[in-house]
Design a binder for this molecule. Structure first.
Ligand SMILES: [Zn+2]
Length: 333
């Protein structure tokens, strides 16, 4: 009976998948001794052991990847190991169901599918569901993959995701394609308008850091945990802003100072603000900001401007490469 039933199930499942995606772009995963499975339905691990390099991350077993991708992953990890580099798998395979749960949670957090789609892809678009993507942590290990992965078919595919790599055997011969730009629409994500009073100094507030890029939010949590471990409290005076929020501040500055040129000395227009891009946090009071200036680099946070002791920007490259030279001001004047 199963001789008839199994092919029938596969045909029904394939037609269902075709209806959802418009094309048959997956392979059935054939594992010896196990029934064939539709790749999109193959789950990955929900978690993993702590990453030996940095317990902030996990190191999942790379289960569920397409078999050729798994082989390529093992080659990459072996090559890294030979050079003394350990790679932790923060996330690898996800099933449609796993991705849908993450997407639904993001819609709940951000309000609409359009906003949620900036942070989490719906299942039909996720390369993790297709089983060809791996997120590598910590930052130094991801940087190693970016430099060395293409020879084995692994490339970074997005400018705003230093950790996310996709496999294609063609990359080994033709090199990596240009990374896609940052997710469009991030600049429309607002941050909080204000927050509760900073308990250290009532002139400031302590906003919830909502709306930054997920890796920046992750970096922020690490910074705050590091500060707390040393008995230092950080208040967030300002973090994410949308284009509209930044434009209101800029328009108000133009009204006060008379011209856009004069206003731009004090408030950046939206297209130039790192708060709109979601990579900046303003920290108060002065002593807390000074602590970040002394200790933030180790987790990717650097002060960037001589005239803004409170303004810090996140880039995982700072962890390994150190902070860039400070600029006189954000406005260049
Ligand atoms: Zn700032």
């Amino acid at each position: 009976m199963f001789g008839v039933l199994l092919p029938l199930i596969l045909v029904v499942a394939a037609v269902a998948a075709l209806g959802a995606t418009g094309r048959l772009e997956f392979a059935h995963v054939q594992v010896a001794g196990q029934p064939a499975a539709i790749l999109g339905e193959v789950p990955g691990p929900d978690a993993g052991a702590a990453c030996a390099l940095d317990a902030w991350y996990v190191d999942e077993p790379p289960e569920g990847l397409r078999p050729d991708v798994l082989g390529a992953w093992q080659r990459l990890r072996a090559e890294a190991g030979e050079q003394g580099v350990r790679l932790c798998v923060q996330d690898g395979k996800r099933s449609t169901g796993q991705q849908q749960r993450e997407f639904t949670e993001a819609v709940r957090l951000f309000g609409t599918p359009e906003l949620a789609g900036i942070y989490v892809l719906p299942p039909e678009k996720s390369m993790h569901v297709k089983g060809i993507a791996v997120d590598v942590q910590p930052a130094a290990s991801a940087a190693w993959v970016e430099r060395n992965g293409h020879a084995l078919g692994w490339c970074r595919s997005h400018q705003d995701e230093y950790r996310h790599f996709e496999y294609d055997p063609a990359y080994a011969t033709s090199g990596c394609p240009a990374p896609l730009p940052v997710a469009t629409g991030l600049s429309e994500v607002p941050g909080p308008e204000t927050g509760p009073v900073c308990p250290l100094d009532k002139r400031y507030v302590d906003e919830e850091p909502q709306g930054p890029r997920p890796d920046v939010l992750d970096g922020w949590k690490r910074l705050r945990a590091k500060a707390e471990a040393q008995g230092v409290r950080l208040c967030v005076q300002d973090s994410k802003r949308s284009v509209a929020q930044q434009q209101r501040e800029f328009t108000e500055a133009v009204r006060r100072f008379g011209t856009p040129e004069l206003a731009a000395r004090y408030v950046l227009p939206p297209e130039k603000s790192m708060h709109v891009k979601g990579i900046a946090v303003d920290i108060q009071p002065t002593a807390s900001a000074a602590w970040v200036e002394g200790n933030g680099r180790a987790v990717g946070w650097c002060r960037r401007y001589e005239n803004e002791y409170w303004h810090f920007e996140y880039d995982p490259a700072y962890e390994t490469g150190g902070c860039p030279a400070m600029l006189p001001s954000a406005t260049g004047s």
